[in-house]
Write a protein that binds this ligand. Structure first.
Ligand code: HEC
Length: 139
């Protein structure tokens, strides 16, 4: 009987020793697995948006509500006031130079209800908006 008890205790101790041992050897081995360091070097390569994409996004965000998605504008009621936004696709607008567009965006046309976008749009974004109008709306 005593012998059995001793054997059980011994077996348990042996089991513990093995368990600890495998934990010890198992521990330091795992950081060496080569899969881990490779992970951060392969993030999805995200291309920055093109000028045209920026232009479209900004036009959609800031200009569509008055000038319409297709750029034709027309009468719109904004904050209880009826405004008549220019048709950006007209021959007259096609002939106007880029600087003119930029100037309208920078200064706005307060008397007619077009706000200034000086604080919303950077120089690059304004150029991108003009490019979008030229390439997608005036074609
Ligand atoms: C709140 C309405 C509103 C928004 C938003 C708006 N516009 Fe206008 N826009 C107008 C109105 C109204 C006119 C016409 C002003 C007039 O009668 O002279 C106009 C005129 C213009 C003109 C001048 C056309 C000309 O006669 O030479 C340009 C260019 C223009 N808008 C571009 C833009 C762009 C680009 C955006 C976005 C960044 C924008 N607008 C956002 C209302 C708006």
């Amino acid at each position: 009987m005593r012998l059995v008890k001793f054997f059980v205790v011994f077996a348990f101790a042996a089991f513990l020793a093995v368990a600890c041992n495998t934990q010890q050897t198992g521990g330091p081995a795992s950081p060496e697995t080569p899969a881990t360091p490779e992970a951060p070097s392969s993030p999805e390569v995200q291309e920055p948006p093109s000028e045209l994409e920026i232009g479209k996004a900004k036009y959609t965000e800031y200009c569509v509500k008055c000038h319409k998605e297709d750029g034709t504008g027309g009468e719109t009621e904004i904050e209880g006031r009826t405004i008549n936004a220019d048709d950006l696709t007209s021959d007259k607008m096609k002939a106007e130079p880029d600087e003119e567009y930029i100037e309208y965006m920078v200064k706005g046309i307060p008397d007619e209800g077009m706000p200034s976008f000086r604080d919303e749009l950077s120089d690059e974004e304004m150029k991108a908006v003009v490019r979008y109008i030229r390439e997608e709306l005036q074609k």
